[in-house]
Design a protein around this ligand. Structure first.
Ligand code: ADP
Ligand code: MG
Length: 546
């Protein structure tokens, strides 16, 4: 399907091509810029171009591809760095713009080891696994997806390139080693289960107070400088999942560049493998075309679901969803749609909840269990959490970690506000920690929360009478709460303390809580708080060998 450009306004292009379909992927102009059909009215279609339209002229050709925007799925994605349209950035930068040709998501020249499951003369039907590609520690199944069943006349074995078929059917139909999936369509699964296992992030405040779940969703809203990016990155490094998809969505480019450099050298703390081997990055920084950002989170979700379907635990992180929503708003206003709250399109809410719907624990089509967890940072203007994006997200997420400007000012990081945040996790979670970590996990949690709450109440009293005016028991509580905040809740992302196993997390809080219980007992025996505190600091220094 081809036509000609009749008008250009920014990245919105009108064409006179007949027969285009809504959300069909098109190539616009001589330099083949990628776009999507976003509106059709009679013979005129409107295309949202996802690249810089500088130099594009009226009269240049537009070609429809007949398919929607898709992601290509197969071996060769791990360690990859892609733009929002899944074009690999390393190879993209090797070309000079304009591109004039399509750059494939997967490397077709690289060779991958293929293990056939079927053999010559076997009949295959839709859904059958033909064989596996091996990529690092991951096995990619090649699933037969033709409508009609067939008989295999030839099947590959050993190292092959993706440009070649993995099998040929009688009659000559070739079966390719990769497949495409439309990014806006969630991949199917058999059944969804409620999340029941914790997602261990290595961040004490999260794992202990606001436990996330595998297959759950979380948002980290906070104003500028509250540590959203640092927290998203820490979670990407330390969480106990098989695959991490990190989408840098409209934030600063140098942050992404630094992250990529860092990941090349770091280890996955759980498997000791190179971190990059489990990571895929989607980069759409602030200097890249705004419209592509809108598509980028769907590309990321599709790749994530692809790994979930292999029965793996996958984590999708995006920093920040507000920049995505701004892109949505920009596209909507260029289409002159009726704006909703604060100029966002009226479908903001349904789009976001549709996106969160892609998370979950599922029984995959092949019968295994996989999960997709989604954690998004939200950067509302001025840190005002009543903004439409935060409010929309709130309706669909299980964990809400509010990043607090005043904590960040005091350099309390991660600046998770322990009164405002919450996690609606499933029943099994505390049981998991009780069984695997400590039988006291839940009691410690309650005691920790109680101390922090009492501190808050006492603060008002202290404002009036001063700390000296407090009774010893209350002074002890203030002292303990301070220790919980500084030694336990704070976690410096730039030191070895950046990652804490659940066992380390519990032993750290237990140390503080045991001190508290012990000191309370001593107070009861008539020992003064000052004596208790000097005594403790002497033993602590002795422990450290000073
Ligand atoms: P945001 O993305 O919310 O604007 P950043 O994630 O860029 O904020 O964090 C701002 C700064 O706060 C960082 O450059 C760093 O100095 C500090 N910071 C945030 N989190 C931590 C942490 N866990 N440990 C130490 N410093 C932190
Ligand atoms: Mg940031």
């Amino acid at each position: 399907m081809t036509g000609k450009i009749t008008g250009i306004s920014g990245t919105t292009v009108t064409v006179d091509a007949k027969g285009l379909k809504l959300y069909e992927r098109v190539y616009a102009g001589n330099s083949m810029l990628t776009g999507e059909v976003v509106r059709i009215r009679g013979d005129q279609s409107v295309i949202q171009v996802y690249e810089n339209t500088r130099g594009l002229a009226v009269g240049e050709p537009v070609t429809g591809t007949g398919t929607p925007l898709t992601a290509r799925l197969g071996p060769g994605l791990l360690s990859g760095i892609f733009d929002g349209l899944q074009r690999p950035l390393q190879r993209l930068s090797a070309f000079m713009t304009p591109l004039n040709e399509e750059i494939h998501a997967l490397d077709y020249s690289g060779r991958w080891k293929f293990h056939p499951v079927k053999k010559k003369d076997d009949r295959v039907e839709r859904g059958d696994i033909i064989g596996y590609f091996e990529e690092l520690h991951i096995r990619h199944p090649v699933i037969f997806d033709n409508e009609h069943s067939g008989r295999i006349s030839w099947i590959a074995e050993g190292e092959i390139a993706l440009s070649n078929p993995v099998a040929v059917l009688e009659g000559g139909a070739e079966i390719s080693g990769y497949h495409e999936w439309p990014v806006r369509t969630p991949r199917p699964y058999k059944k969804k289960y409620p999340p029941s296992a914790p997602l261990v992030t290595g961040q004490r405040v999260i794992d202990f107070l606001f436990t996330m779940t595998k297959g759950g969703t979380a948002i980290l809203p906070g104003g500028f400088g509250t540590g959203k990016t640092v927290l998203e990155q820490s979670i990407a490094k330390f969480t106990d999942v098989d695959i991490v998809i990190y989408a840098g969505c409209g934030e600063r480019g140098n942050e992404m560049a630094e992250l990529i450099e860092e990941f090349k050298f770091l280890q996955d703390p759980w498997t000791k493998k190179r971190l990059m081997e489990r990571t895929i990055m989607i980069v759409n920084t602030s200097n890249m075309p705004v419209a592509a950002r809108e598509a980028s989170i769907y590309t990321a979700a599709t790749i994530a679901e692809y790994y979930r379907d292999m029965g793996l635990h996958v984590l999708l992180l995006a920093d920040s969803i507000s920049r995505w929503a701004e892109a949505l708003r920009e596209i909507s206003s260029s289409l002159e749609e009726l704006p909703g709250e604060e100029g966002y399109p009226t479908y903001l809410n349904s789009r976001l909840s549709g996106f969160f719907e892609r998370a979950g624990v599922v029984e995959t089509m092949s019968g295994s269990t996989g999960s997709l967890s989604i954690i998004l940072s939200v950067s509302p203007p001025g840190g005002d959490l009543t903004d439409p994006v935060t409010q929309s997200c709130l309706r669909s997420t299980g964990t809400f970690l509010m990043l607090d400007t005043s904590l960040a000012h005091r350099r309390h990081f991660p600046a998770v506000n322990w009164f405002q945040s919450y996690s609606l996790y499933g029943e099994g979670i505390p049981g998991y920690f009780t069984e695997k970590v400590s039988t006291q996990w839940v009691d410690s949690q309650l005691m920790c929360k109680e101390i922090l709450q009492k501190e808050e109440a006492l603060k008002e009293v202290v404002e009036i009478v001063g700390v000296e005016g407090l009774q010893d028991a209350d002074r002890l509580l203030m002292h303990t709460a301070g220790r919980i905040r500084l030694e336990f809740l704070c976690q410096n992302a730039y030191t070895d303390d950046a990652f804490s196993t659940p066992l380390q997390t519990h032993s750290k809080i237990k140390h503080i809580l045991d001190f508290y219980t012990d000191a309370l007992k001593k107070l009861g025996q008539g020992i003064s708080l000052d004596d208790i505190l000097t005594q403790t600091s002497i033993t602590t220094s002795r422990h450290k060998g000073e």
